[in-house]
Design a protein around this ligand. Structure first.
Ligand code: FES
Ligand SMILES: [Fe+2]
Length: 368
């Protein structure tokens, strides 16, 4: 199977299909302060976000249902959101209109039957996660069963954490396959403190299908080497798993005895043909241990910046909508992603389960 070239058909143009009916991180929650409104674009939807005086956060489509002016131009008193144009007021958590100032006692129109679009939203790991239903599917009922809100797995109550973000000028597919691409490491991330091109060697990794995604598992046999001693897990095995789960999440877990490092990385569509990468990591491994600094650097700012710069450069080429290639085995995870995404879009259209492209566990080999 090695070296088989596959065209992405149809070629990845400037935009791509989006996966709805799921949770996406809109922004960090600490940006939402009382009586202040924040705006962002998520899944090509303009959004206005805020925090009510009772602490509850909200995310509304930033368009007044009356005449379409962005609600963010209006006023927020900590309770209701009032449109700047004709003063309609909304409860921003439900989207329900609570007041239309122009109505007289002779009017029969009940403002409470009018709704702006409010999206379910929850805070996890410091992010505002917003549930985005398929366009045209109507209001999400308060009692509708939604998938669980994504959250970083943590393995002890005490831990340190860090978050990073970077805007990418390419569609979400390129962001995601860039994230799972093992072959760019020695080139994009080459540096003396990480690794050099000369260190490229053959790797063998085991993958298995999981629900709407796949897992790379590596089990390092226990060794009595210095890094293990430094970790304080002398003689204990280090296990690493990396999961990719639709629509856009990569979870990495490193565990050695009671020491752990965990991260969640998401690639979220913002405006059409652009996305944002968010990394949130937590760990209970001590900072001052040299070996751990290497791990932290791996997930560090520099690392994400190197990806970002490369994808900005890639966008220079993608503008011309070129035909692209996915090669075995290094691009096999990218192929799984495209197949899973297709299966999910089909399942949402026609009903039925998401058909998994993997038959069972698989071993991939590449040099990196
Ligand atoms: S446009 Fe918002 S109240 Fe009229
Ligand atoms: Fe990278």
């Amino acid at each position: 199977m090695a070296n088989k070239l596959t065209q992405i058909a149809p070629p990845q143009g400037p935009a791509t299909a989006l996966i709805y009916n799921d949770w996406y991180p809109a922004m960090r929650g600490d940006g939402l302060r009382e009586k202040k409104l924040a705006t962002t674009v998520l899944m090509d939807i303009p959004m206005v976000l805020g925090r009510r005086s009772d602490g509850r956060i909200f995310a509304m489509r930033d368009l007044c249902p009356h005449r379409g002016i962005p609600l963010s131009y209006g006023w927020f008193d900590g309770q209701k959101l009032t449109c700047k144009y004709h003063g309609w007021s909304f409860d921003p958590c439900s989207g329900q209109c609570v007041e239309i100032p122009s109505l007289t006692s002779r009017d029969t129109l009940d403002p409470k039957r009018i709704y702006g679009t409010a999206f379910p939203c929850e805070e996890r790991d410091g992010y505002v996660w917003v549930y985005v239903p398929a366009p045209g599917s109507g209001r999400v009922a308060a009692d509708e069963a939604l998938p669980p809100v994504p959250e970083l797995p943590k393995f002890s109550t005490k831990f340190r954490s860090q978050h990073l973000t970077a805007e990418l000028p390419c569609n979400v597919d390129h962001g995601i396959i860039g994230l799972m691409d093992p072959a760019h490491g020695p080139f994009v991330h080459q540096s003396w403190w990480w690794r050099k091109q000369a260190s490229i060697h053959e790797k063998e990794k085991h993958f298995e299908p999981i629900e709407q995604g796949f897992r790379m598992s590596s089990h390092t046999p226990s060794a009595n080497s210095a890094p293990y001693k430094l970790l304080g897990v002398y003689g204990k095995a280090i296990t690493t798993t990396i999961d990719f789960v639709l629509p856009n999440r990569r979870y990495e877990t490193v565990r050695a005895g009671d020491k752990w490092f965990s991260s969640i990385t998401t690639v979220t569509p913002t405006v059409a043909n652009a996305c944002r990468i968010d990394v949130y990591a937590a760990w209970n491994i001590f900072y001052h241990v040299p070996f751990v600094t290497a791990i932290a650097t791996f997930f560090g700012k520099r690392f994400v910046e190197q990806d970002q710069v490369t994808m900005i450069q890639q966008a220079d080429g993608l503008r011309y909508d070129p035909a692209l290639m996915l090669i075995d085995d290094a691009d096999r995870p990218a192929k799984w992603y495209f197949a899973l995404k297709q299966a999910r879009l089909e399942a949402e259209k026609n009903g039925g389960p998401v058909r998994h492209p993997m038959d069972g566990p698989m071993t991939l080999r590449w040099r990196s």
